[in-house]
Design a protein around this ligand. Structure first.
Ligand SMILES: [Ca+2]
Length: 256
């Protein structure tokens, strides 16, 4: 399939190389074709590193990522106005809020998983506007090609994203396989919190069944939700132990 999908692009390049007229139109076609190829590779499971450009490498069951260490769409702003953040600072969404529609301002991280199994997800975030910790405190999250993605409480209660084909679903917003991930409290210091289901906080888990490259997607929900770092760790590792290891950030491997 990949050879076939490149074939029209190859013909177009040949055509342009022989033609000096209407170059602008042909260039548009080329851009469209490249875009389709990108979308196709994103949708495929089992991408290799060379398909996606770079990956964050899991090591010893831990993935630690500076949230800002990626390419962002318009609307996301890099901020560094507080001392208590690492790397280049943190990212916050300053575009229009997207409370009911996940997918706007989408950014994808590729994770190269060697140690398969169930990982817990958390991030370090703050609300960067006002004094009410129930506002500007959430962003959408999705793992589109993982074996499973769910919220779980210590009581055993489990919720699955809406439209995932599984139930029950969380209280409050969820759509198209996305969870709304929120933090709580009126202290706006950056803190490690990541919950789903309103007023019924469930921790976040994802299952990687086989070794390979998996997608972690975020998209804008609240404006002025600032995110500094993300952390995934095997569920048999405590969060404190994972944090002890997490200052050694995961290698961002360039595949090109
Ligand atoms: Ca950071």
């Amino acid at each position: 399939m990949r050879t076939l999908s490149f074939f029209p692009l190859f013909i177009l390049i040949l055509f342009i190389s022989c033609s000096t007229e209407e170059g602008g139109i042909e260039e548009e076609f080329i851009e469209d074709n490249i875009g389709q190829e990108d979308e196709e590779s994103v949708a495929e499971q089992g991408d290799s590193c060379s398909d996606v450009g770079f990956v964050f490498e899991e090591s010893n069951g831990i993935i630690s990522i500076e949230f800002e260490n990626n390419d962002f769409t318009e609307g996301w702003k890099l901020k560094n106005d507080v001392a208590d953040v690492s790397g280049q600072g943190y990212m916050q969404w300053e575009g229009s809020p997207s409370m009911g529609n996940p997918g706007n301002g989408r950014v994808t991280y590729r994770l190269e998983i060697t140690n398969t199994g169930t990982y817990r997800f958390t991030w370090r975030s703050s609300f960067r506007k006002g004094s009410n910790g129930t506002e500007h405190n959430d962003t959408w999250l999705r793992f589109p090609d993982a074996k499973d993605f769910y919220g779980k409480k210590s009581s055993g209660s489990v919720v699955y994203p809406s439209d995932s084909g599984k139930s029950p679903n969380p209280h409050g917003a969820s759509k198209d396989g996305w969870f709304k991930i929120y933090r709580s409290g009126n202290n706006n210091s950056f803190s490690w919190q990541a919950f789903t289901s309103d007023n019924d906080a469930h921790d976040i888990y994802v299952v990687f069944e086989t070794p390979g490259v998996y997608l972690l997607e975020i998209s804008a929900r609240s404006d002025f939700h600032g995110i500094d770092r993300m952390l995934l760790f095997k569920e048999n590792i405590s969060q404190n132990d994972a944090l002890d290891e997490a200052d050694a950030f995961s290698n961002k491997k360039d595949c090109n």
